[in-house]
Write a protein that binds this ligand. Structure first.
Ligand code: ARG
Length: 229
C-alpha cells in the first residue's frame, strides 16, 4: 500500500457497538475491546484514517446502509441474509451462540428444553433469528441492549438468554457471577467480519491488511490479551 494520496486521505467513519464486550464497548468515555485494537492494527496496515462512532446494533445496520458510517467493526456475523445488503471482509473471529440460564435451573440442559420457554436476547442479532426458529419456543424477547436481557435472566423474568458466546462468558465473570450457567453446546457456528455497504472500495485492502496482521503475529498477541491465548 502506498503512503499518501488516494482514498487513504479520507477519514472513514467506523461504526462500533457501545456494549458488546469484550469486542467493542464504551467505558469511561473510551472505546475499548479486542475489535477496537484489531481494527487499529488493520487500519494502520491498510493506511486508512478513521474515527470510531459507537452505537447500538439496530442503528449500526442502518448507518452502514445509508452511508452514515463507511464501515462497521462490531462483532458482525457473516450470514446469507446480510450479504444481500452488505459486503463482508474476510472473517477474523470464529465463534457461535450459547444458552445461558440461571444456576439453579435444573430443567434447561440443551436447546431442546427451550420448548415452552421464554428466551431473551438482543434485537437485530443473529441470536434473535436463531431463537425465533427454535421448535416450540414460547416467546423471544428482544432488547436493544444485551445488558437488559441479562438483567431479565438474573431476576428470573425469562428462562434463558441466547447470545454470542464470548459476550456471555464476559457477563458470567462481570455481573453474572454464581447466578448463571451456560448449558448445552455451542449453537450456530458464526464468524465475525468487517461490514461495508455494497461496492465499498475498502474491503480489498482491508482483507490484505487482515492477512498481514494475522501473519505478523499482531492478531495472536491481541487474542492472547483479550481471550487469554
Ligand atoms: N454477532 C451477532 C450479530 O451479528 C451479535 C452482534 C452484537 N452486536 C453488534 N453490533 N455486533 O448479530
Amino acid at each position: 500500500v502506498t503512503e499518501g494520496c488516494t482514498a487513504a486521505n479520507k477519514t472513514l467513519k467506523v461504526g462500533i457497538e457501545s456494549n458488546f464486550r469484550p469486542f467493542t464497548y464504551s467505558e469511561g468515555g473510551e472505546n475499548k475491546g479486542f475489535e477496537v485494537e484489531l481494527w487499529k492494527a488493520i487500519s494502520k496496515e491498510a493506511n486508512l484514517k478513521y474515527e470510531l462512532v459507537p452505537m447500538q446494533q439496530s442503528e449500526l445496520n442502518k448507518a452502514v446502509q445509508s452511508g452514515k458510517v463507511d464501515l462497521a467493526v462490531a462483532g458482525m456475523t457473516v450470514n446469507k441474509a446480510r450479504k444481500d445488503n452488505f459486503v463482508f471482509s474476510d472473517p477474523y473471529f470464529q465463534t457461535g451462540l450459547v444458552i445461558l440460564t440461571n444456576s439453579d435451573n435444573g430443567q434447561i440442559k440443551s436447546k431442546d428444553d427451550l420448548a415452552g420457554k421464554v428466551v431473551a436476547t438482543k434485537i437485530g442479532s443473529t441470536a434473535y433469528t436463531y431463537a425465533s426458529g427454535l421448535t416450540g419456543i414460547k416467546e423471544v424477547r428482544g432488547y436493544p441492549d444485551i445488558s437488559e436481557a441479562y438483567d431479565k435472566l438474573k431476576n428470573k423474568s425469562v428462562d434463558a438468554v441466547i447470545f454470542d458466546e464470548r459476550n456471555v462468558h464476559d457477563f458470567q465473570q462481570n455481573g453474572g457471577e454464581g447466578k448463571v450457567k451456560i448449558v448445552g453446546e455451542t449453537l450456530n457456528k458464526e464468524s465475525y467480519a468487517v461490514v461495508a455497504k455494497k461496492r465499498s472500495k475498502y474491503i480489498g485492502r482491508i482483507n490484505q491488511a487482515i492477512g498481514k496482521v494475522v501473519k505478523d503475529g499482531t492478531y495472536e498477541t491481541l487474542y492472547a490479551k483479550w481471550f487469554g491465548g
